[in-house]
Write a protein that binds this ligand. Structure first.
Ligand SMILES: Cc1ncc(COP(=O)(O)O)c(C=O)c1O
Length: 415
């Protein structure tokens, strides 16, 4: 009999992404990394498979005295850092309302706190069925249920009707209707929810908030926002002057935007038309931080603050971000064009690190590809199954011809 507490039963098991990327690494050790395709990693890599970093960020890190960065950070984050995170998240599309923030270790920490503090035991987290697997793990870890709606409609657009139907279902079942949307540049599809789709979803959320029974919490996961065009932020203005019981939470992270994945810093932001609601957001989440990881990376905070306060440095940093966005988009354009030529169906893609090829035989297709030393992650297990192609990890020369190879693998398994 295990010593573990009862509530841990059923947790664990191998992580699919780490399992397949482990296989890729083992094969690379045998035959050389130049002889395999490792499209499993969720980090932006250059042609040599090295992590791409930003020079402005690296230079800024070097200006910070070690003693300053080695100190404890304040638990909730310094005001200069919170302001930098608000600016980084919203830019010129900052919604009208009171805005507060709490430092978190990456976007993951923000997702954890939001799911924990805005739902009761046994309540359900709602999201789309093409989602980042950590959502389900956090729901399990915190004793919340997890449900999804089909992401796309038959026209390859965001499934607004399916989303609304699920929102109404949970409005009947629990007080706080809680939904996570990861957009723009969704992981794993690369989809950006469009303005008209957002308008319909937000109209429904406002109607639920105004029905006299429910509260609404919308958690936006914007981990990849800087890899979508800056105008993709336009939808933030739909959250101007929200009803007091409609809370917008935004999980911002430095991981991809500053290429500081390992420094572990993000900021959970809260937008509300009630100052009191924002104050309790800060107090409660600060308490949860104290009770879990305590405080976050001081160095990360100093870097964000310094870049945000120096207009010249900020402009150079943003220009570098834009360069990276365009180079990633370039990779995607090569893949999507070739997919169309090869007759390979993909989920609709706009921007971001990944493209998904939908297939119910994802495991088999991934195994077939591995025979040619191509490593990709099979995701989902039914209508949401697919192969996730990490374009972020592949140089253009390895992307050329890849769509045709995936099509061959699909044909080989009879899909
Ligand atoms: C969809 C999505 N959300 C959030 C994150 C948060 O990552 P981190 O905790 O490293 O900031 C990731 C990272 O892979 C992600 O893919």
């Amino acid at each position: 009999m295990s010593v573990l507490a009862k509530h841990t039963q059923g947790k664990g098991g191998p992580d699919k992404i780490f399992r397949i990327s482990g296989m890729a690494k083992a094969r690379a050790a045998e035959v050389g990394k130049e002889n395999i395709v490792n499209a499993t990693t969720g980090a932006f890599l250059d042609a040599d498979g090295q992590l791409i970093t930003l020079k402005t960020v690296e230079d800024t890190v070097k200006t910070i005295p070690f003693r300053d960065s080695a100190e404890y950070a304040s638990i909730e984050g310094t005001p200069g850092f919170i302001e930098a995170a608000i600016d980084a998240a919203f830019r010129e599309y900052r919604p009208n309302g009171y805005i507060g923030g709490v430092a978190t270790p990456g976007g993951t920490g923000g997702l954890h706190h939001a799911i924990y503090n805005y739902l009761d035991d046994g309540d359900t987290v709602l999201t789309m069925d093409r989602y980042w697997a950590a959502y389900k793990s956090i729901a399990r870890e915190t004793g919340r249920n997890f449900d999804t709606f089909v992401t796309f409609d038959e026209n390859g657009r965001f499934n607004v009707q399916g989303c609304i139907a699920k929102l109404r279902e949970y409005a009947e079942k629990q007080t706080n209707v809680f939904m996570i949307l990861n957009t723009p540049a969704n992981n794993p599809t690369g989809y950006n929810v469009k303005q008209d789709e957002w308008e319909a979803v937000v109209a429904e959320l406002r109607a639920i908030a105004n029905n006299g029974r429910n509260n609404v919490v919308l958690l936006l996961d914007i981990a990849y926002i800087d890899f979508a065009a800056p105008e993709a932020r336009q939808f933030f203005t739909l959250f101007n002057d929200l009803p007091e019981n409609f809370l917008l939470l935004v999980a911002y992270t430095m991981s991809k935007s500053y290429a500081m994945y390992g420094y572990r810093l993000g900021c959970l932001l809260c937008v509300s038309s009630s100052q009191e609601e924002v104050d309790s957001f800060v107090a409660i989440n600060k308490f949860s931080s104290r009770a879990t990881w305590s405080n976050c990376s001081k160095l990360g905070m100093l870097v964000m603050e310094k870049i945000n306060k120096d207009p010249e440095l900020k402009a150079a940093f943003r220009a570098e971000q834009e360069e990276l966005r365009l180079s990633l988009l370039n990779r995607a354009e090569v893949f999507i064009k070739e997919a169309q030529e090869a007759g390979l169906k993909t989920c609709p893609f706009d921007s971001g690190f990944f493209v998904t090829v939908p297939t119910v035989k994802a495991e088999e297709v991934a195994a077939e590809l591995r025979k040619s030393d191509i490593f990709m992650v099979p995701l989902g297990d039914g209508a949401n199954a697919g192969i996730r192609v990490a374009l972020c990890a592949l140089p253009e020369e390895k992307i050329v011809g890849m769509a045709a190879k995936i099509k061959e693998a699909l044909d080989a398994v009879g899909e």
